[in-house]
Design a binder for this molecule. Structure first.
Ligand code: FRU
Length: 482
C-alpha cells in the first residue's frame, strides 16, 4: 500500500488475504495486551465514532493495518455488548474518495432515532506545487458526514464543510468533528490552528445535521499551544466541559510534561447569547502518564459518560518495542466519568470487575513483604495517614509519595519513558491495572490517572512506607474475542 494513494475496500481485502503470516506474527507476540483493544496488525491511534446503538457498543478507531508506524489511516471497528466479549469487525471506512484520499481522520458518531450520523475529517495533501508548508498551504481538511442504520453499512460520504466554510484566519489544520445537541440545535466542535498558530476550537451550529453555520470559537485569553486536536464538548453532572489536545505547550513544573497534552476546561456557555467563559485560564490534565491522548466520550443507553483514550501519543521520543513484532499502540480501558467540585473523575467501567479472578486480601504488613502476581492483575490499595510510601511494580517501576508529590518512575522498563509527577495533598487510595505491557493507575478514586506503556517482565508488587492500609489483589482474565 502506498502512502499517498487511495485504499479501497477491495485493496484491503486482497492485502488481508495475502498477509496471514503477518497476523500470526502479531498474534504470537508476548507483549500483546490481554484486556486492551489493540490492532490485529499494524498501528492504532484515536478512538472514533464511539456510540451505543440498539444495545451494541461500536468502537471505531484510527487504523493502519499495513505497518506499525501509521502511514495510511482507515477506521478499524470493534463491537461489544459488555466490554468483555469483543468482535473484530471489517474496517468501516477507507480513504477511497478525492475528498479523503490521504486519510480518513478522526471523527465521531451521533445517534438519533434509528440512525447513526458520523462526522470525520477527510485529509488531503496537495502535491501540485513545491512551496507548500502544509500548515498555511498545501492541505485540505474536509468535514464529511455519512449515516448508518446498523453501524456496519454506510451511506455515501457527503461533504458538509471545507475551507471556504472555515473562518478566513485559520491555517489548513482543522479536524476531528464531534457533535452534541442542546435545545433545538446541533453543535459541532472542530480542533483548529489559526493563522497565528494559536490553538482553538471552532463551533458550528445546525438544525438538521447537514447544513452547518459558523457559530463561535473557543480559546483562552492567552495562547495555549499552536493546535488543539480532538475537541469534545459535553455536559457532565451539570457542568459543561471541553476536553481537547493542545500541541506546542511548554511544560510548567509537573504540568504538561508530555510532548502533546490532553486537557480539560470547565466552562459556562450561554448558547442563546452565544457567550462563554472558561472557568480557568489553564486547563487541568486529563491523565498524568506517558501514553494517553485523543480520548473521546459518549453517553451510553444507561446514561453513563464513558471515555476511551488512545494509549499512545504522537511524536514522543520514547518507543514501543512491539514495533519489532509488527504492531503498535492500544486503546485504554473504558472509564466512567464524573465531575466533582470542578474536577474530572475517571473510574474503570464497572464491567471491568467481570475479568477478576483469584481474590487475595492483604494487610499492610503483608504488602510490605511483597505480593506475588502475574503481569496481568488489578490491585486496590487503601491507605490511611500516608506520609510517604513507595510502591514497586514489576522490575523497578515505582510509584512513590513524598512531600506531597506522587511520582511514577519507570526505571529500566520505560523504553525511554522517565518520570511523571503530580502534587497531592493526601494519598488515600490506588487502583492499579497492570496488563502485559501497560499500566493504568487510578489515584484517590480517579481524581488523577497515570496511563503508560511498560516493558518489564518480572511480575510482583511491594509497598513500603509510613502509613497503614490494606489491599486486595486480583489476577485478571483477558478479553474474549468472538
Ligand atoms: C490525533 C490525530 C487527529 C487526527 C488523527 C489522524 O492523534 O492527529 O487530530 O484526526 O490523529 O490519525
Amino acid at each position: 500500500m502506498k502512502k499517498y494513494e487511495k485504499v479501497r475496500r477491495e485493496d484491503y481485502e486482497a492485502w488481508y488475504r495475502e498477509n496471514r503470516g503477518y497476523r500470526e506474527r502479531v498474534r504470537a507476540d508476548e507483549n500483546r495486551l490481554a484486556y486492551h483493544l489493540m490492532p490485529e496488525t499494524g498501528w492504532l491511534n484515536d478512538p472514533n465514532g464511539l456510540c451505543q446503538f440498539q444495545g451494541l457498543y461500536h468502537i471505531y478507531y484510527q487504523y493502519t493495518p499495513f505497518e506499525p508506524t501509521g502511514e495510511i489511516k482507515l477506521w478499524g471497528h470493534y463491537t461489544t455488548r459488555d466490554f468483555i466479549h469483543y468482535k473484530q469487525e471489517e474496517p468501516a471506512l477507507f480513504p477511497d474518495q478525492d475528498m479523503d484520499a490521504h486519510g480518513v481522520y478522526s471523527g465521531s458518531a451521533y445517534v438519533e432515532g434509528n440512525t447513526i450520523h458520523y462526522f470525520y475529517t477527510g485529509n488531503v495533501k496537495l502535491f501540485d506545487r513545491d512551496d507548500y508548508d502544509y500548515i498555511m498551504s498545501g492541505r485540505v481538511s474536509n468535514t464529511i458526514h455519512f449515516t448508518s442504520q446498523d453501524g456496519y453499512h454506510f451511506s455515501a460520504k457527503e461533504l458538509v464543510l471545507n475551507h471556504k466554510d472555515y473562518p478566513a484566519d485559520m491555517s489548513c489544520h482543522i479536524r476531528d468533528p464531534k457533535v452534541f445537541k442542546k435545545g433545538e440545535f446541533y453543535y459541532m466542535v472542530l480542533g483548529a490552528r489559526d493563522a497565528r498558530s494559536r490553538g482553538t476550537v471552532l463551533v458550528y451550529r445546525s438544525m438538521d445535521l447537514i447544513k452547518w453555520e459558523y457559530f463561535n470559537r473557543i480559546t483562552g485569553k492567552e495562547p495555549f499551544g499552536y493546535m488543539w486536536e480532538c475537541p469534545d464538548l459535553f455536559c457532565l453532572d451539570d457542568q459543561l466541559c471541553l476536553i481537547c489536545c493542545p500541541q506546542g505547550v511548554k511544560a510548567m513544573g509537573t504540568e504538561y510534561q508530555n510532548v502533546h497534552q490532553c486537557t480539560v476546561f470547565c466552562l459556562d456557555y450561554d448558547f442563546g447569547e452565544n457567550t462563554f467563559r472558561l472557568k480557568s485560564e489553564l486547563p487541568a490534565m486529563v491523565d498524568r502518564g506517558f501514553d494517553f491522548y485523543a480520548p473521546q466520550t459518549f453517553q451510553d443507553e444507561k446514561g453513563r459518560h464513558i471515555l476511551i483514550g488512545w494509549m499512545g501519543i504522537p511524536d514522543a521520543d520514547y518507543t514501543n518495542p512491539t514495533v519489532q513484532a509488527g504492531w503498535q499502540h492500544a486503546l485504554t480501558m473504558p472509564r466512567q466519568l464524573h465531575m466533582r467540585e470542578g474536577r474530572l473523575l475517571q473510574q474503570p467501567l464497572e464491567e471491568m470487575e467481570e475479568i477478576r479472578r483469584d481474590r487475595r486480601d492483604y494487610d499492610f504488613a503483608k504488602l510490605e513483604k511483597g505480593v506475588e502476581t502475574g503481569l496481568v492483575f488489578e490491585a486496590c490499595i487503601s491507605l490511611q495517614a500516608c506520609r510517604d510510601m513507595r510502591l514497586t511494580l514489576r522490575d523497578d517501576v515505582t510509584l512513590s509519595y513524598e512531600n506531597g508529590l506522587l511520582t511514577l518512575d519507570m526505571g529500566t522498563c520505560g523504553s525511554g519513558r522517565t518520570r511523571r509527577s503530580v502534587s497531592l495533598e493526601q494519598l488515600t487510595g490506588l487502583r492499579v491495572f497492570s496488563d502485559t505491557t501497560s499500566l493504568e493507575i487510578f489515584v484517590n478514586d480517579g481524581r488523577e490517572v497515570f496511563t503508560t506503556r511498560v516493558y518489564g517482565t518480572h511480575p510482583g508488587m511491594r509497598i513500603e512506607g509510613n502509613c497503614s492500609g490494606s489491599g486486595t489483589v486480583y489476577e485478571l482474565n483477558g478479553f474474549i474475542y468472538e
